[in-house]
Design a protein around this ligand. Structure first.
Ligand code: GDR
Length: 320
């Protein structure tokens, strides 16, 4: 479950949709981040139903789709077996399909800023699988005249981001420091640059894509890029620590000047064999055609993520 999936459900519910989600079976509970959405069912306000399923199980997917008969499908799964969803010909004429494509498709820098016309150069197995999904969607749109869109979304974050992604890893750590823990944060490539936006803005764009007269592919991005290092600095600023970096290159460490406490170290374990060095998107098409606008700035995103992590940590013993 991703931060977007979560925020998208909330947006759709607020627009009056009945949302059906697919979750994988697991031996432990893993729905804490959406509990507030579906628990309401018992009070009559429920607008979300979860079905057990898996994107790799086509029979199960076909059965859920037949039962639910949705008007819009948002495929945010990482293992994208888009094709399966199209194996029902009479149904495909009506459904509107959103495919979560990604700025990872741009991979090795070919052009900056990156737009809908920039060539792809995927640099990870994840991005390669996404490239397949991107093109199969275009192919089905052209072959069967389906209403299907690729949203090429640049990084979008929120306090619900999984803790292993770099933004949340940083803000959780900063919250721990704020509350007096003495620890070191280990990071990989702090020079990688990302075009980071707030998931709340991006889900609005995803929805807008499915409300147009004609299905097309759109880049959603802020048009600003920041190195990971800046995300670290800004997050520490939120708790009034002015990180100064020492050392050169990737072995550098951050420390708090007055006391000399080391907060950040580089661990090559987090380096990727092939890195995506620079992502900077050009959202001009979405702005013009969808009238999509970014409402939450980079600074406000950092502020919200740090504040929420401090709040979570204060209120949740298990989180320690
Ligand atoms: P990304 O997100 O790979 O851009 O994909 P992530 O937050 O994992 O990495 C961003 C950049 O930070 C660098 N980095 C680290 N990353 C992690 N996870 N942990 C670290 O300790 C660390 N140190 C430095 C990375 O090398 C990278 O350059 C996200 C995912 O949500 C994808 O699914 C989605 O498609 C894209 O965003 C858009």
């Amino acid at each position: 479950m991703t931060s977007t999936e979560n925020t998208e459900n909330q947006l759709l519910i607020s627009k009056g949709y009945m949302v059906h989600g697919i979750i994988r079976r697991s031996s432990s509970f893993n729905t804490s981040r959406i509990e507030h959405l579906y628990q309401d069912q018992h009070t009559g306000k429920g607008k979300m139903i979860l079905h057990y399923g898996d994107l790799t199980d086509s029979t199960n997917l076909v059965s859920i789709i037949s039962k639910v008969n949705p008007t819009e499908i948002y495929n945010l799964g990482a293992q994208s077996h888009v094709k399966v969803s199209f194996d029902m010909s009479e149904y495909t004429a009506n459904v509107r399909f959103y495919q979560a494509s990604t700025s990872e498709l741009y991979g090795k820098v070919q052009e900056v800023p990156q737009s809908e016309t920039t060539p792809f150069y995927p640099r990870s197995p994840y991005a390669l699988a996404k490239q397949f999904a991107y093109w199969i969607l275009v192919n089905y749109r052209e072959a069967y005249n389906m209403y299907a869109c690729n949203g090429i979304l640049f990084n979008h974050e929120s306090p619900r981001r999984g803790p292993t992604f770099v933004t949340r890893k940083i803000t959780r750590f900063v919250a721990r420091i704020a509350l007096g823990h003495k620890e070191v944060l280990y990071l990989g490539n702090i020079y990688a640059q990302r075009d980071w936006g707030h998931a709340k803005d991006y889900v609005e764009g995803m929805w807008l894509m499915l409300q147009q007269d004609k299905p097309e592919d759109y880049v959603l991005a802020t048009g600003e890029t920041h190195p990971v290092r800046e995300f670290v600095e800004k997050s520490f600023k939120e708790i009034n620590i002015d990180i100064k970096w020492r050392g050169e290159g990737l072995d550098e460490e951050g420390y708090e000047e007055k006391t000399g406490i080391v907060y950040v170290k580089i661990d090559p374990k987090y380096f990727r064999p092939t890195e995506v060095d620079l992502l900077l998107g050009n959202p001009a098409k979405a702005k013009k055609e969808l009238k999509w606008e970014i409402k939450i700035s980079f600074n406000d995103l950092v502020k919200e993520m740090v504040a929420k992590d401090i709040e979570y940590l204060k209120n949740n013993d298990q989180y320690n």
